[in-house]
Write a protein that binds this ligand. Sequence first.
Ligand code: 9PG
Length: 661
Amino acid sequence: MSFFFADAVLPLRFHLRLGATRHVLSLGTDRPLDLEPDEIAFRAEQAGVRAVATAVKRANQLDLECRLETDRSDVRIEWVELARLEETRPPTCLRLFHNGWESWSGTSSLPLGRREPRPRGRFIRDIITNPWLGSHDRRGRMTSDLVVAADSGRDAVVMGFTAARRAFGFFVAARDERGATLTAVVPGEGVLLRPGVPWEIDPLTVRRGPRAIPLLESWAASLGLEMGARVGAAPSVGWCSWYYYFTGISDEIIRENLKRLVAMGHELPLELFQIDDGYQAALGEWTRTNAGFPEGMGSLAEAIEHAGLIPGLWLAPFIARREAPILRRHPARFIRNRRGKPRYAIYNPMWGKLGTARALDTTHPEVRDWLREIVEVVTREWGFRFLKLDFLYAAALPGRRHDPHATGVEALSLGLQVIREAAGDDVHLLGCGCPLGPAVGLVDSMRVGPDVAPYWSDRFSRFMGRDYDLPSTKNALRNVLGRAFMHRHLWRNDPDCLLVRAKDTRLTLDEVRTLASMAALSGGTLLVSDNLLELSPERLAIARRAVEINAELRDTTPRALDLMESGFPTLFWGRGESNDGPVEYLAVCNPLERPRARTVKLAAYPELGGWVDAAWAAEIWTGAKVAIRSGEIDLGTLAPHETRLLSLRLSETSVRGQPQS
Ligand code: 9PG
């Protein structure tokens, strides 16, 4: 069988600086490899720098390992051009899946030759995009972090790193007169090599098969295995203070909601109660509370525990604002910019006008001691057992660090390791605003998209963020579907909160049902973030249904079936277990601004193929029964932003076929 992108080239080209001079060390060639299964070794030595690589070719898979070593003390690594896939006659329907750098970064599939939307304004771009794209980031090129997929409609290829210990490796897709290329690049961040210590590049894998999603899942399984992913049981459903109260929380507000939740009992059976941003004395001063929390956090954690819930708390451990003593007293504990000053991490108007937050240097031993202390207070003294760790990208930002050998990946891992050690194995860590790779094996769950919001989309997100990576329910959901394949392979996905309220929101009932459908099918963490005192019984029922479905799908990885067909997937599918046996759900969404007639052809997706001449479907939100006829589900017309959530049922006589990959 002849695949598209069949030609694999291994240039293995190291761009170095030896003292003040630039040097390129090439191990490989620009000739395509032959495809026979084989193992090839590469070796080169120049100017006291040695590099070796091994490529293992199997049927439909290529694995590459590579390392660099020197005895000199003046060698810096700029970047490495590792591998390239080439196609001289790209199919016209070719789409690429690109993955964003951190939790909030937009992720979707795009036609070849298109570049993913980039936020306007450096202050947003800096926290959304890999800081090391450099000259690869050009017009007409698409970039993807950690993994990339291409789908011709007939077959697919996935390229991805199977460890994330060294560098923020990325992929660049380019198209020109000669065809198309997909190149794997490893940025060295200009760090100094330690003499005598090998610099091992995160291994790369290339896998081919008929469809992209199973390949993405298989890549995620490999990365998860290598990094010791934490995917065990976890609190899955709960309440979070952020998306109704934002920073306006107080001891009283938290207790009122807690009391209401307890009174609701089985009406809303949750496990976790999480206090978000707004309790702390200052950003970076975590162990003292502000005036809204006069009794401190320990007594709140106790009250939550007493109510039979898991107490959860938000922390942004790697940033501090100038009100925090750590920034005033210890500027040397921060990543430094070109002027030697603490490096900028974010400007967030929610935290008041004055100034910005700065990024801590986790390679500094005093910072690690400080982190350890905070986490010990919060978990042991106060008793929180779930930590939402936010703005984690800050630890990985470029700048001068205490340790000149450390990359951003290594700095972020160090910081997260200290937190994990201090918190212990039993505290649940949720990563947020976090570059994805280095957190695998350290966090239990991970936010996989931008913040949801009490609106579908707004002008700020459309203009500044080009409707792609800034907070909005639309942007959040695109990523929940786009990154579904990571769930239970790298961590448990956090699709962000569920807002079901009818007041203080611009979300319509259709949009609320869409959010509830996708959060439920994600199988990930599902936190309701409304004022519980003001929820109507009808809206509460939506949350309860979502919680029930979510529980049935906890132990499966759902699939966005049309991930490689459209920029906003519209079919989300999951198969799980209920008290009455196996269950299967299909959400069909209309993300468009206009009504859309929709028929789903079951044979188009192997996951649905077994239903062709079987059964009927029940619409969860309306209770309507939908017939499956001639292998199709005809849903009529969907309103803008509406989702029909279908529970697929067997008829008495039919037998459900097995889903295929
Ligand atoms: C608390 C919030 C919530 C939320 C997090 C995070 O300026 N920004 O780009 C920006 C992005 C995300 C963000 C805040 C600011 O939200 O995702 O769930 O915890 O912090 O401050």
